[in-house]
Ligand binder design. Structure first.
Ligand SMILES: [Mn+2]
Length: 305
């Protein structure tokens, strides 16, 4: 299957809002791993829109210990929103590469705003080992990369929850969290209280990723223009993707990860794709960026046959 569209890459070298340094090199690692050649090889056009400028953590002092670097992250996400909205207005397909997962707030703000203007909603599939459902009230670390899913469904600092033209950017009933296998105690309460759909690794083990994705896409696509897939590389097993900011054992296999992407491609409902938390410092010869490229190509329709 080829897709024959224009894929527009935006890098976000965001290293604010996480614990361990290095994910700012993710966009560069993905370019070096051959994203352009891969996308073109599927019959698409490719436009590299460059990187959104993000300040170096060392050049800034976090003010709020419960939401570290919030003003800087909100500014970068605002700029990302503008760029991705521009891409959508041209009819191009946005591929956003991070950077830590806080960048998803900007991408989702863009998609939500773009479709809101057309009087449509968007669905959201969030693939992750973690919940990303903390808020400044529940966080232990103060790291904003543990909060972006909460922000997308309207829970969190106003600077992030109100980045889009619509509030909440995504209705909680149209959002699905997949791959989760570690949660903070407070975060568990947030998840239950929010009513978000969650498929843990146990659910994937019990039912298979095929069934989980079919249900997830039905939730995210019913009554919406389609869905955004934001893929945290730490959702896959560390044996597959060792170079991630916060590795957690027991993730999806390489094949399960590809099947997620293949389902997304076959649905014809994928509005945007995001690959986050690639950390070349912790990686093995850029293996994680290469996996990220292969997975992204599957989401664009690359198939074995
Ligand atoms: Mn994440």
């Amino acid at each position: 299957m080829t897709s024959n569209r224009t894929v527009a890459l935006v890098g976000v070298p965001m290293d604010l809002g996480g614990g361990r340094r290095g994910v700012d090199m993710g966009p560069s690692a993905v370019r070096i791993a051959g994203i352009e050649e891969g996308v073109r090889g599927l019959g698409n056009d490719f436009v590299d829109c460059g990187n959104v400028p993000v300040p170096e953590p060392a050049s800034r002092t976090p003010v709020d210990p419960k939401a570290r670097f919030l003003p800087e992250i909100a500014r970068a996400c605002g700029e990302l929103r503008e760029r991705v909205e521009g891409i959508l207005e041209k009819g191009w397909f946005p591929m956003v590469v991070g950077g830590n997962h806080s960048i998803a707030v900007g991408t989702v703000a863009a998609l939500s705003s773009h479709y809101h203007k057309k009087k449509k909603k968007i669905g959201l599939i969030w693939f992750d080992a973690h919940g990303d459902m903390n808020t400044p009230q529940t966080t232990v670390s103060g790291n904003i990369h543990g909060m972006p899913l909460a922000c997308c469904i309207g829970r969190g600092p106003k600077e992030l929850t109100h980045l889009g033209a619509r509030f909440p950017m995504v209705d909680v009933k149209k959002a699905v969290l997949i791959g989760v296998r570690t949660l903070d105690e407070q975060e568990k309460k947030e998840i239950k209280d929010s009513g978000i759909h969650v498929f843990t690794l146990r659910d994937i083990d019990m039912h298979g990723i095929h069934k989980v994705m079919r249900i997830a896409m039905e939730i995210a696509c019913t009554g919406t223009a389609g869905f955004h897939l934001t893929f945290d590389l730490d959702g896959t097993d560390p044996s597959v993707a060792p170079g991630v900011g916060t590795p957690v054992p027991g993730g999806t296999t390489l094949r399960e990860s590809h099947l997620i992407m293949e389902h997304a491609a076959e649905s014809g409902k994928l509005l945007g794709l995001e690959m986050t938390e690639i950390n070349p410092i912790l990686d093995n010869q850029n293996a994680t960026a290469r996996v990220a490229v292969d997975l992204a190509l599957s989401a664009l329709g690359k198939a074995v046959l």
